[in-house]
Write a protein that binds this ligand. Structure first.
Ligand code: NAP
Length: 477
């Protein structure tokens, strides 16, 4: 606890010449987890330069050899599993068991990424297939890396969502400048300690730390960056998209995922999925269920079952693996409270919750939420769930689609035809039928539309997003 964590450039762990450090406070206890360096722009420059230089050799290293480094990374991560999970718990307040699962999922993700990349092949084409073409022209197409990838990750999955950028970048021959979320940076640094132990050549991966508001713009606009893979809030994402040079961007942003419960739904199944979807890790998941649309005729029954299910949700410390834990910081808890207060002022009906102890907000269920309330539209990133009663399924679809977001949606119906029809009309990257909204398994395509992002993640898609096709044409004379 309370160590001074260094940043990592060109294979060296260093303290910043600024002599400035940022204290990382635990969200759930009055303690400092550690300090990270607030680096300068010239140190950020050095990191990008180191990545640029290292990229030439890294690209030339065979994919199997690159894979071997990543396999060694997995081995080190497995050895450090408990240590990293403890850091995740202390730093971002995630239940210990879930933190362990995050590290295990990351190991699986890296392994799958290596294997997927090794089995991706290029293609060849004959000119004769096009009118007037001839067999004397042969195109050979294969994928090449983009160069230096800037990976910026959010606080809520500080290891998994960082590795989901770093692994596909590295296996496909890119080098990386990794900027973790400040709250989450120590978990990110520990994960990179494991990569360092794996003997990765210097400069191939560099970690820069400091507030996004201080070094973020500099990194994004830097001409040495060839691609940005970003996960975080929609406002930050929009700012990045405006500032970035003409380089590929992949963005995973916020959401307001609806669950639509229709008359014939299996309510017991829906209730279990909705409660776990909305309240796991206090709702601090991009794909948390953030509003429920329910047909009037079954609304009372649904609300009564949800209320009962909510009694089983545990509240307290991540060290005791509780589901509802203190939110990441006071600002976030104040924001969630503001959404609850606004809804109550506008006559939403409180079913349970609206109790607060510091940053801990008790699971809150609000019924009769209407379109004039902020809670119908804004992403709380906290444990509050609005119930919006609708007269028809079409009303639910309309209101779902009026959102600025379009990440995922859940539909609960036993009529598969109806579920498919609704799924077809919903503006979202993925629609889950009879299940909660969630990212993963990590090889499924993961897409945010509208304000929820751009580009596609998921192992194969992530590799594709960090490479481009290169075509060589042989002309037989
Ligand atoms: P955030 O405040 O947007 O921060 C995300 C990252 O951006 C952090 O590393 C942050 O650094 C950095 N950043 C901030 N300002 C920047 C700037 N001007 N330039 C460059 N980088 C900058 O988001 P968060 O609070 O960590 O995460 C919660 C949000 O992420 C929610 O909206 C959630 O829905 C979304 N999210 C989306 C997905 C998805 O897959 N769609 C997954 C997880 C989370 P600092 O920490 O130093 O400020």
């Amino acid at each position: 606890m309370n160590s001074n964590y260094k940043f990592y450039v060109n294979g060296e762990w260093r303290e910043s010449q600024t002599k400035e450090v940022i204290e990382i406070r635990s969200p759930y206890k009055d303690a400092i987890v550690g300090k990270v360096q607030a680096i300068s722009q010239s140190e950020a420059d050095e990191a990008i330069q180191a990545a640029k230089v290292a990229q030439k050799d890294w690209e030339q290293t065979s994919i199997r050899e690159r894979g071997d480094y990543l396999y060694r990374w997995i081995k080190e991560l497995a050895t450090m599993k408990e240590e990293i999970a403890t850091t995740i718990m202390q730093e971002v307040g995630k239940g210990f068991n879930d933190a362990v699962k995050e590290v295990e999922r990351t190991i699986d993700l890296i392994r799958f990424t290596i294997e997927e990349a090794i089995h991706l092949y290029g293609e060849s084409m004959l000119g004769e297939n096009f009118p007037g073409g001839s067999r004397s022209k042969i195109a050979i197409s294969h994928r090449v890396p983009l160069g230096v990838v800037l990976a910026i990750s959010p606080f809520n999955y500080p290891v998994n969502l960082s590795a989901a950028k770093i692994a596909p970048a590295l296996i496909s021959g890119n080098t990386v400048v990794f900027k973790p979320a400040t709250q989450g940076a120590i978990s990110g640094i520990k994960m990179i300690e494991a990569l360092d132990k794996a003997g990765l050549p210097k400069g191939v991966l560099n970690v820069v730390t400091g507030h996004g508001s201080a070094i973020g713009n500099y990194l994004i606009e830097h001409p040495g960056i060839d691609m940005i893979s970003f996960t975080g809030g929609s406002e930050t994402g929009k700012r990045i998209a405006k500032l970035a040079n003409m380089i590929p961007l992949v963005m995973e942003l916020g959401g307001k995922d609806p669950a639509i419960v229709v008359k014939d739904a299996n309510l017991d199944l829906a209730v279990k999925q909705i409660v776990s979807g909305a309240f796991s890790y206090s709702g601090q998941r991009c794909t948390a269920i953030k509003r429920v649309f329910v047909e009037e005729s079954i609304a009372d029954e649904l609300v009564s079952k949800l209320t009962k299910e909510l009694e089983t949700v545990t509240i307290g410390s991540p060290e005791d693996n509780k589901t509802i834990v203190p939110l990441i910081d006071k600002k976030s808890a104040d924001f969630v409270q503001g959404l609850i207060d606004d809804a109550l002022e506008k006559k939403a009906v409180l079913i349970t919750g609206n109790k607060r102890e510091g940053n801990l907000i008790y699971p809150t269920l609000l019924d009769h939420v209407t379109a004039d309330m902020r809670l119908a539209w804004e992403e709380p990133f906290g444990p509050v769930l609005p119930i919006i009663r609708v007269k028809t399924v079409d009303e639910a679809i309309d209101m779902s689609n009026q959102s600025e977001y379009g990440l995922q949606a859940s539909i609960f119906s036993q009529d598969i035809d109806q579920a498919f029809t609704i799924a077809g009309k919903i503006q979202a990257g993925s629609v889950q039928i009879n299940g909660r909204t969630e990212r993963g398994p990590d090889h499924f395509p993961f897409i945010g539309t509208k304000g929820s992002g751009m580009g596609t993640q998921g192992v194969k898609r992530s590799i594709e997003s960090m490479t481009r096709e290169k075509v060589t044409v042989i002309n037989i004379n």
